[in-house]
Design a protein around this ligand. Structure first.
Ligand SMILES: [Cu+2]
Length: 291
């Protein structure tokens, strides 16, 4: 724990140094994320605003199925109410001995079949869409650790850094308690980003609700997912697989910035973040083994 705090402190110093360097150069690549913040609100209902096409489709499918379900539940409720009122012992003392009705049996077979078909069709399309991580602009290896995330930019040699939650007593203005991190994951907007998700110790969950990404981080295995963020801003996620005592202390913060700002950030990050590399397990080996 002490080590983690130490690392967090070093990371904060490095971030400060990176910030100063960026300011000295007259540019703050991360500032390019702008003021848009996609974060959960207290008592929020429904999904967060969709930050990616994948989440937009998930949102659509959820509501589509929900309306069909509401129709089925409503119809069954009305039917049961009618049966209770019309065919109880008082209202209908002599029960019918009818055991078979071809029309009713055909209807209750065909109607649910049609309902299932119109649910399955967009569901399969979405599963196919979610699984299509081909031709990404870049790939980031995401490794879950107890209790922080590690981001390895496969296309940027040496860019591999850790991301710790900002402790409550170190929050700065604009930070969100339990969600802000020392080093966010920085991604370019409008580009397809692939995630290779793994873990160095126990099961973690890489969960980005507003981007529609949710994958287990499994030791010794790589799960893939992808995203495409059209709008610059800050997006948040959390580990959503109980992974030990500090499970709640490994949020995910994403800064989505225009490509030019991302490329500028790489230079700053390469000079500063790489010293912060913590790699208890060589994640590269997993990546190679999977090929
Ligand atoms: Cu975790």
């Amino acid at each position: 724990m002490k080590r983690a705090v130490g690392r967090g402190f070093c990371a904060a110093l490095l971030l400060l140094a990176a910030g100063h360097l960026a300011l000295a150069q007259g540019a703050d690549p991360l500032g390019a994320a702008g003021g848009y913040v996609n974060a959960p609100r207290p008592w929020q209902m429904w999904f967060p605003a969709a930050g990616s096409p994948m989440q937009a489709q998930i949102d659509w499918l959820m509501k589509y199925v929900l309306w069909i379900m509401a129709g089925v539940v409503g119809f069954v409720a009305v039917l049961m109410g009618y049966v209770f009122a019309r065919f109880n012992a008082k209202a209908n003392p002599v029960a019918s001995h009818l055991t078979h009705n071809t029309l009713v049996e055909v209807v209750w077979l065909v109607v649910p079949t049609i309902l299932l078909a119109i649910i399955i069709w967009p569901s399969l399309n979405l599963i196919w869409y979610e699984g299509d991580d081909s031709n990404p602009y870049m790939t980031v290896t995401v490794t879950g650790h107890q209790w922080y995330w590690e981001y390895n930019y496969q296309s940027v040699p040496g860019l591999d850094y850790t991301s710790y939650m900002v402790p409550d007593d170190q929050l700065k203005p604009g930070d969100i308690r339990r969600l802000s991190v020392d080093h966010p994951l920085v991604l370019p907007i409008g580009k397809k980003i692939k995630f290779d998700i793994t873990s160095s110790d126990v099961l973690h969950g890489f969960y980005l609700p507003s981007l529609g990404v949710q994958k287990y981080a499994i030791p010794g295995s790589i799960q893939t997912s992808w995203t495409l963020i059209p709008k610059a801003g800050t997006y948040y996620g959390e580990c959503n697989q109980i992974c030990g005592i500090n499970h709640d202390a490994m949020p995910i913060e994403i800064k989505a910035v225009p490509l030019a700002d991302y490329l500028a950030w790489i230079k700053v990050a390469q000079a500063n973040y790489t010293e912060n590399t913590v790699s208890p397990l060589p994640v590269g080996q997993f990546a190679d083994a999977a090929k």
